[in-house]
Ligand binder design. Structure first.
Ligand SMILES: *[C@@H]1O[C@H](CO)[C@@H](O)[C@H](O)[C@H]1NC(C)=O
Length: 381
């Protein structure tokens, strides 16, 4: 019996060898499995775009005909006339489909928000790229943007009422900006994957003003108060159309609230690891739809045990809001206050659909959340 098992193991490894796929990835999530199983990842960076799931769908608009590749070689920043070699030049001046990578490890302190244009991919794989001690990213009426493999921390509000280089390569006047790490305004089809976010002043990821078709996956959020906002404010009812997938992320330790906070729209919160929270994990106001599925909620010793929070209503209000918990797992007394009559399925199409894992698998599914460490010389990422 034992020798038969050994034979099966040997045969499987031989088959993996023949297929030239990585044997390490048996237990991972469908996004990573899609591209990390192939060798020579650094010569096939664009494969990543075909691996997104959830409401953003596959990001195939970011690759193919006309794609320009651009490597950031210079960490400095000039918001008014960006120099060639800097991140701002690649994200604003270059037009069309642009795939941006980085020559090596670098710390980029943005002097004003970076306005990223449509069809741009920012791919931090192969280097440690920190966006820190300055402004964050802003996506304004942009579509088809991928942000992958970056480290965002110590982001603070900067410079309002100034001209900066806009996403069309023209100067634009900037109004008041909050200190968000990544802020989306009126965007669609945006994929935020495998980034590490911590210790910033305002939100880490904010989805606002009629943004929709967004996937936020494989990120690690920690050491922060207000983590993720989906929906602009309680008056902005057009966010009813907002659809966001929040999958395979790791929240905590030391996240206080908003993982996420949802207004009006629909959030599919699936297979995330919650490593404690202070006030709450998932909350919202204005009757949003929340489908929480296959998450692992571990309450901290000191924080609240309740996962959920309902805003803008009296103590026992919001009882009709459709907030569902499906196959979630609760540890240390954590509990989810279910309300309403149920939440419809996300009804993903072929490009959005993915296999939802069991809550028991969440540790494995999220074990590489955050920016991956992979060398361009290593075979697998
Ligand atoms: C969102 O995605 C769906 C499915 O791909 C598409 O039909 C819809 O037009 C998208 N909405 C926006 C505003 O882009």
């Amino acid at each position: 019996m034992a020798s038969m098992n050994i034979n099966i193991v040997l045969i499987s490894f031989f088959l993996l060898f023949l297929l030239n796929v990585s044997p390490i990835l048996a237990q991972t999530n469908p996004i990573d499995r899609c591209w990390r199983k192939y060798p020579r990842w650094a010569s096939n960076r664009q494969k990543l775009a075909t691996c997104s799931i959830g409401f953003a769908g596959r990001m195939t608009g970011n690759i193919g005909r006309g794609l320009q590749r651009y490597t950031v070689t210079n960490p400095s920043d000039d918001p008014i006339s960006p120099k060639k070699g800097t991140l701002r030049y690649g994200a604003t001046i270059l037009q069309g489909k642009v795939w941006i990578d980085f020559q090596g490890d670098m710390l980029i302190s943005l002097k004003s928000v970076l306005l990223i244009k449509s069809y741009t991919t920012i791919d931090g794989r192969g280097a440690k790229v920190e966006i820190a001690h300055g402004s964050g990213f802003m996506l304004k009426k942009a579509n088809d943007v991928i942000i992958h493999g970056m480290h965002f921390h110590d982001i603070a509000p900067h410079s309002s009422g100034r001209n900066i280089m806009g996403a069309s390569g023209n100067l634009v006047r900037l109004g008041k900006v909050d200190g968000d790490a990544v802020r989306m305004v009126g965007c669609s089809k945006i994929w935020i994957d495998h980034n590490k976010f911590y210790k910033s002043e305002d939100g880490l990821v904010d989805v606002t003003l009629e943004s929709t078709n967004i996937t936020i996956s494989n990120n690690w959020f920690l050491d922060h108060d207000k983590v993720m906002l989906l929906g602009h404010d309680d008056k902005f009812f057009l966010d009813r159309k907002m659809k966001v997938t929040v999958a395979f992320n790791r929240f905590g330790p030391n996240t206080n609230q908003r993982c996420p906070r949802v207004r009006y729209g629909y959030a599919h919160v699936v297979n995330n690891l919650y490593d404690g929270w202070g006030i709450y994990a998932i909350g919202g106001s204005m009757n949003p739809k929340i489908r929480s599925e296959g998450n692992l909620f571990i309450a901290s010793k000191s924080g609240n045990k309740e996962v959920t929070w309902r805003g803008g209503v009296s103590k026992n209000g919001g009882r009709k809001w459709n907030w569902r918990s499906i196959d979630d797992k609760f540890i240390n007394g954590a509990f989810f206050d279910v309300t309403g009559r149920g939440v419809e399925k996300p009804n993903y199409n072929r490009d959005q659909k993915f296999q939802v894992g069991k809550a028991d698998q969440v540790r494995a599914l999220t074990k590489d959340a955050g920016a991956l460490k992979c060398s361009t010389r290593s075979k697998y990422c």
